[in-house]
Write a protein that binds this ligand. Structure first.
Ligand SMILES: Cc1cc2nc3c(=O)[nH]c(=O)nc-3n(C[C@H](O)[C@H](O)[C@H](O)COP(=O)(O)O)c2cc1C
Length: 291
């Protein structure tokens, strides 16, 4: 219960200071960690970019009107009146590559066998053959020491159902609590490594570290995927896996998002009409058979 409180507290704090510029450049990083990255130069540029005309327009527009004037707004924050297209350069770049996945990485203590989960947004696919991924981890994370010792971890994909758990694993440390237990999650058996998976995740990617690169604030673990476990619940009769049915989520500028409607498949920009129609027919047949 107290954990629940803390999670909503975390959200409330975000709302109390709804300065859009801040959250957009901050990503998952916590306030104290981010302070050093925000130079005064950056702030004054940002302030200058927000003219007084713009500010008074925001103050005068009632919330409801502001919301309806900007239909593309996915959040419940007041809509920002659009200014004319003009790219502003930031003297101090922050991480701006969004949207990205926010995955639940499981690891374990080789001495006690106790498993842990922490959330990682600085992750990505880095090679197709051999299939490789990376995660970037701050040295102060409890999980950092565990991964250094075991040289392995599991990337567990997150879904709408797992969003709360993913957030919790990113704001609580395994030094203080057993996150599997606190969240009622099940450690699953990996095929090729000793680290447990998160059984409730639709896809668990077992990874063995091949290289460790010291970057600065973060240490990047490059790892080979040695096995992927996918939940049969999302497979059709032809064993094709439909991740979209698991409702995966994305993370952008500090907010978790459900994915929206599909816009096209790989290569759709050059696909012949005949092929497009055939694919649509196949897709409709497959989804009606899954229902
Ligand atoms: C959405 C989100 C993404 C995060 N991404 C990372 C990351 O990429 N690297 C990292 O070191 N910490 C990241 N964190 C912070 C850690 O997950 C967090 O400090 C966690 O409590 C560490 O757990 P541990 O002490 O049990 O290892 C993220 C947190 C959240 C909420």
């Amino acid at each position: 219960m107290s954990d629940q409180k803390n999670i909503s507290g975390f959200r409330k704090n975000k709302r109390k200071s709804p300065s859009r510029g801040k959250s957009s450049s901050q990503g998952y990083e916590r306030k104290s960690e981010r302070k050093s990255a925000r130079g005064s130069e950056y702030k004054s540029e940002r302030n200058a970019a927000r003219g007084s005309e713009y500010k008074s327009a925001r103050r005068s527009a009632p919330n409801a009107a502001r919301r309806s004037e900007h239909r593309g707004n996915y959040t419940d924050r007041p809509a920002v009146p659009r200014r004319p297209h003009n790219k502003v350069a930031f003297a101090k770049p922050g991480n701006q590559l969004y949207p990205i996945p926010a995955v639940m990485v499981s690891c374990y203590d080789p001495d006690t066998g106790r498993p842990n989960i922490f959330t990682v947004a600085w992750t990505g696919t880095i090679c197709s053959d051999p299939p490789m991924v990376s995660i970037s981890v701050r040295r102060e994370r409890f999980s950092y020491g565990l991964i250094c010792r075991t040289q392995e971890f599991v990337i567990n994909l997150t879904t709408e159902k797992l969003a709360r758990a993913a957030d919790f694993c990113g704001v609580r440390s395994g030094r203080d609590i057993d996150k599997f237990e606190a969240l009622g999650l099940t450690p699953g058996k990996s095929c090729k490594i000793d680290t447990p998976t998160v059984d409730e995740s639709p896809v668990s990617i077992e990874c063995r570290v091949t290289q460790t690169i010291e970057l600065g604030s973060h240490v990047m673990f490059l790892a080979e995927m040695v096995c992927v476990q996918a939940d049969e619940a999302y497979m059709d009769e032809k064993n094709t896996f439909h991740l979209e049915d698991a409702r995966p989520i994305a993370y952008s500028h500090g907010t978790y998002y459900a994915l929206g409607r599909p816009l096209g498949q790989f290569g759709f920009s050059v696909m012949k009409d005949r092929t497009k129609k055939k694919k649509q027919r196949e897709k409709a047949a497959a989804s009606s058979s899954r229902r």
